[in-house]
Design a protein around this ligand. Structure first.
Ligand code: FE
Length: 174
């Protein structure tokens, strides 16, 4: 800990956002979502290079109970900052396991013009409604210049030479 503002922000970011914290807020879908994505837990084969990122976490109720079987549909840009409109590069869905855990092997998304760094996701518990939201990275210079940024959607991110590890707990009011 060297006392930079980025470190301070990280240190106050809770690892688990449930047990009394509000539900994860909905955020705009944006223009780049595509339905009917492939089911998979790794996007690594989609791109050459880029900074590896392991994105993982859980889905929980307001009381902190896991919501197994939740559908998570992710889409993002890679290191070059472009969405794939023709195919399903860096797009895919998966289901949380019985303990509400999910895990995606991907790459760090670039900052593209007009937006801070983010990953898009749709989250749907079994039999429930779809929550469309975005996940953000702490310490990004553009976070507070981005009108869609929400601090409640900040992930907990650790950077290492091997890549980034980002975690997030979705809290659903089911
Ligand atoms: Fe986007």
């Amino acid at each position: 800990m060297n006392g930079t503002p980025e470190d301070a922000l990280k240190s106050i970011t809770p690892t688990v956002r449930c047990n009394g914290t509000p539900p994860t807020p909905a955020l705009r879908e944006g223009p780049y979502y595509k339905p009917d994505t492939p089911r998979r837990t790794s996007f690594r084969g989609d791109v050459e290079g880029g900074v590896p990122m392991l994105l993982h976490g859980s889905v929980r109720t307001l009381e902190g109970k896991p919501i197994g079987g939740t559908l998570l549909d992710f889409w993002q840009v890679g290191g070059e900052g472009i969405y794939d409109d023709d195919g399903f590069r860096l797009r895919g869905h998966q289901f949380a396991d019985a303990d509400g855990q999910w895990r995606l092997e991907t790459v760090v998304p670039a900052v593209y013009p007009g937006r801070t760094r983010h990953v898009h996701v749709k989250v749907q518990p079994p039999g429930g409604t779809v929550l469309t939201t975005m996940l953000y990275f702490p310490g990004e210079r553009r976070n507070h210049l981005d009108k869609y940024f929400r601090p409640e959607c900040l992930m907990d991110v650790q950077e290492s030479p091997a890549g980034w590890e980002a975690t997030f707990t979705f809290v659903l009011d089911v």
